[in-house]
Every structure is written in C-alpha cells, then in structure tokens.
Design a binder for this molecule. Structure first.
Ligand SMILES: [Zn+2]
Length: 264
C-alpha cells in the first residue's frame, strides 16, 4: 500500500495555465494538475491515498482554492490541505472554516508565496493552526531557481519549532532540498516530519547517506511523496524502494506514518 503525501492539484479550468507557468520554472511536467490525471496515476501505481493541495499565490484566490479542496477531498482517497496566503487578512476565520470542513492543515510554499517561515506573518498563522492542524512546508532550495535565495531553510524551520513546539510540521524534501548538511545541523531528530520528494537528479543522492538520515531523524517521521504532477511517480517509487531499508521501515514510510499523521 502507498500513500503519496505530496500532490498538487488545481481546478480543470486553470490547470493548463498553471502547467505552462510551472513548466517554465521546473521544465516539462510529468503529468497534469487535473484531479482526473492524479486519480488515473494513483490507480496505475497502486496509490491508495494522496494528500492534495492547491496553493494560493495571492490573497484574492485563497477562498476559491480552499473551496475547491473542500469539494474534492473525502479524507480517504484524497486528503486535502488548505492554503492561506500570508497576506490574507481574514486568516483566522478561514482556518476555522477549514477545520470545520475536516481539512487537516495547510500547505505553505515560499516559492509561490514569498515568505520566511519564521516571520511574523507566518507566526500568526501557526498560532491559529494550534496543536491539531498540520503545517506542510516546502523546504530548502527553490527547484529550477538554484541562484534564488532559499527562504524556507532548515535553520528557520528549527526556529519555528522552538517557538511552536507542539505545532505539527512537515518539511518537504527531507527537510531541505539541496541543503542536507543544514538539515543535519538543525533538524535531524527534532519533532517534525520530512517527505521523500527529491528532484530528478536524485540519483546523485548517496543511498547510504539517505538511509542514515532517515534513521537518525526517526523512521516514524518520514512520509513518502512524489510531488505529482511535477515528478515521475514510477521513478520516485522505484528510487525509494531501492533504498537499503528493511521492509518494516519501508511500510512505515510508504503509508503507516501518513495514516497516523493524517488520521486516514
Ligand atoms: Zn510540491
């Protein structure tokens, strides 16, 4: 069984436009942002559940993005995370609405929303998320923009954890895309989850080092994700399966940890 905790979706009517914009930054996409494409892909690779998000790049689209997620999620096949742009004024009400609609947390990405995780605009959101809602962060370098400043760094995430020790945090990309030395220094072993999404050049990652990182951090705090539709699902599954981990460890990461965290 597989749960993919990292999948992006958009309403059909805007999917194509967003695909074009994303492709300019990341290169050609593996698939489309449409829900129907995700469901087909899940069926093809035996993915039982996907955690899905629709990130609002400006405050004006927050409500529409959340309406879409609330409508498609069923907390079974599709588990939805909401979105709050850091400049969205009515964030308290909106987080309340997400909670009332069974949404498990929010996805926040400094790539598309231009924030630092430990700045005031984010801290007030974290306050509102409380101890029940999840904050799922992009972490590390901005893919496709290697020269851009990484805003969600392991060090800043660590500072957020110091301020909100009970906040449920997931940091994508093993805690920091292309920043694993900093991950080791600031995040390893701390109370947060990492996902396994890495970029296509992941083959260059040393498998023994990744296994070391997983075990030092705690195998129970690692989630399997693919970053659909950006990266190839089959490649991500095969790469993760090829790591020298025990079958018990793989089961935890492929679905058991996600079942527990997202209450699936
Ligand atoms: Zn992503």
């Amino acid at each position: 069984m597989i749960i993919n905790t990292h999948a992006h979706i958009y309403p059909d009517k805007v999917a194509k436009t967003i695909e074009d914009i994303t492709a300019q930054q990341f290169g050609p996409l593996y698939s489309s942002f449409k829900v129907s494409s995700l469901l087909e892909d899940m069926a093809k690779y035996g993915i039982e559940t996907s955690v899905v998000f629709c990130i609002a790049e400006r405050p004006a689209v927050v409500k529409a993005a959340n309406n879409f997620i609330i409508a498609v999620q069923d907390n079974k096949k599709l588990v939805g995370l909401g979105t709050i742009h850091p400049d969205f004024e009515d964030y308290q009400q909106e987080i309340k609405r997400l909670r009332q609609n069974g949404i498990k947390g929010i996805k926040a990405s400094s790539i598309f929303q231009g924030f630092y995780p430990d700045e005031e605009r984010m801290l007030r959101l974290c306050q509102e998320l409380g101890e029940d809602l999840i904050l799922y962060l992009h972490a590390g370098e901005e893919p496709g923009k290697p020269l851009a400043e990484a805003r969600t760094t392991p060090q800043r995430i660590a500072r957020l954890l110091d301020l909100f020790p009970k906040l449920k945090v997931v940091a994508a990309h093993f805690g920091g895309l292309h920043m694993l030395e900093e991950v080791k220094k600031y995040l390893l072993g701390r109370q947060l989850y990492f996902d396994t999404v890495w970029t296509p050049e992941k083959e260059g990652l040393d498998k023994k080092e990744i296994v070391y990182l997983i075990r030092e951090h705690g195998t129970h705090k690692i989630l399997f994700g693919t970053d659909f539709p950006i990266f190839n699902t089959k490649e991500q599954i095969e790469w993760f399966s090829s790591l020298p981990l025990s079958s018990e460890e793989k089961e935890m990461i492929f679905y058991k940890n996600a079942q527990r965290l997202f209450e699936i």
